[in-house]
Design a protein around this ligand. Structure first.
Ligand SMILES: NC(=O)C1=CN([C@@H]2O[C@H](COP(=O)(O)OP(=O)(O)OC[C@H]3O[C@@H](n4cnc5c(N)ncnc54)[C@H](O)[C@@H]3O)[C@@H](O)[C@H]2O)C=CC1
Ligand SMILES: O=C(CO)COP(=O)(O)O
Length: 340
């Protein structure tokens, strides 16, 4: 495990490489962390100047982090492969990279999106494309706004793997003075929490863009958690995961933070921008915009009601005006709050 490849040098991939480098330094272990960047200039800047100015301004990266624009070079002999590319591009990238991956590497997904067309989670896409057993596929998720972690603000997260001893190994690799991973065996719950919170953050952003206050936002967050939990349970996830960092924790961070790209995209929509205008303004990945449809479809296949997600899908498709979203969000037949 001396070499770790981080595939994707965007906001989170670069920050996570820093976490890995700081974790190695804190435990006195020598480790080679190789970031794969799409652009050669970005790779050169990371290796020569130890920073990635496009995403993290002047944040210094540890000396153990270097970068290349060659995926084959990044993956060569890597015992751990961390994936941090936009969810909709993952399958194609995995096909390109398949022959370069070490046969017994552990593969860690940092991504929070659901694939359109198949409704597959990223761990499923990895299993399908690389033929890797579940015991070597991990998902890391939690309230992890990259810029805050890059500033070394104390943050917790969850590393999930069916085999929790493997989750423990990866948790050790990324335990830095400011980054504390917990372990879990609930891969489905951890992944669903990270995917659906982006859709709920779009809804909260829209409400904020319409100048609605904290009652509305808290109501949407809480009922958003209820519909996330219903979906997770239907897919085999666990309720306690939804009450933890990868569920409630990430939902609160994303829905509250102006740093969140999903929250920001929602707010712009709420302020009256059209979807193409929002897309033009966003320079980074807001997974909820593309995943919302797939979440809605997956829920329908499993007979799960997700009214907030349905409303967001309707707004994104131009079937519902933002001014009509607020009243619709909680507009269901009256029932008890008990259960999900
Ligand atoms: N930024 C954050 O705070 C966090 C992000 N995530 C998740 O991590 C994943 C990656 O997100 P970020 O690093 O934030 O995204 P980003 O937009 O900052 O960077 C994406 C990176 O992927 C590269 N890339 C490779 N193939 C691409 C393609 N076909 N199309 C577009 N870009 C391509 C881009 O060049 C870029 O370096 C997403 O699933 C996101 O939800 C999860 C937790 C925190
Ligand atoms: O996943 C995140 C925080 O945990 C980042 O959220 P955004 O993708 O909305 O910026």
């Amino acid at each position: 495990m001396n070499r770790i490849a981080v595939m994707g040098a965007g906001s989170w991939g670069t920050t996570f490489a820093k976490v890995l480098g700081d974790a190695a330094r804190a435990s006195g272990v020598e480790r080679d962390i190789v970031l794969w960047a799409r652009r050669a200039e970005a790779a050169q800047e990371i290796t020569r100047e130890h920073r990635n100015s496009r995403y993290l301004q002047d944040t210094p990266l540890p000396d153990s982090v270097r970068a290349t624009d060659s995926a084959v070079e990044a993956l060569a002999e890597a015992g751990v492969v961390v994936l941090a590319v936009p969810a909709q591009s993952l399958r194609e990238q995995l096909r390109d990279w398949k022959d370069a991956v070490s046969p017994d590497a552990l593969v860690v997904s940092l991504m929070k999106g659901l694939e359109r067309g198949t409704d597959d989670r990223m761990s499923q896409v990895i299993a399908q494309e690389w033929g890797i057993p579940a015991q070597r596929i991990l998902v890391l998720s939690g309230p992890n706004l990259a810029l805050e972690i890059a500033r070394e603000e104390p943050t917790a997260s969850v590393v999930a793997c069916e085999d929790e001893t493997v989750a423990q190994q990866v948790a050790e690799l990324c335990t830095a003075p400011y980054f504390r991973p917990y372990t879990s065996s609930d891969v489905v719950g951890v992944e669903i929490g990270g995917i659906v919170k982006n859709v709920i953050a779009l809804a909260v952003g829209i409400c904020e863009g319409r100048d609605m206050g904290d009652n509305t936002k808290a109501s949407v967050i809480t009922r958003g958690l209820a519909e996330t939990t219903r979906l997770a349970l239907a897919l085999g996830g666990e309720a306690h995961t939804m009450a933890g960092l990868a569920g409630l924790g990430d939902l609160v961070a994303t829905c509250a933070s102006p740093l969140s790209r999903n929250h920001t995209a929602g707010k712009l929509l709420g302020q009256g921008l059209t979807m193409p205008q929002v897309v033009e303004r966003m320079t980074q990945t807001a997974e909820g915009v593309k995943s919302a449809d797939a979440v809605h479809e997956l829920a329908a296949r499993h007979g799960v009601e997700m009214p907030i997600t349905a409303a967001v899908v309707a707004v994104l498709a131009g079937r519902l005006a933002v001014e009509d979203l607020g009243p619709l969000l909680l507009n269901r037949s009256l029932k008890s709050e008990d259960g999900y």
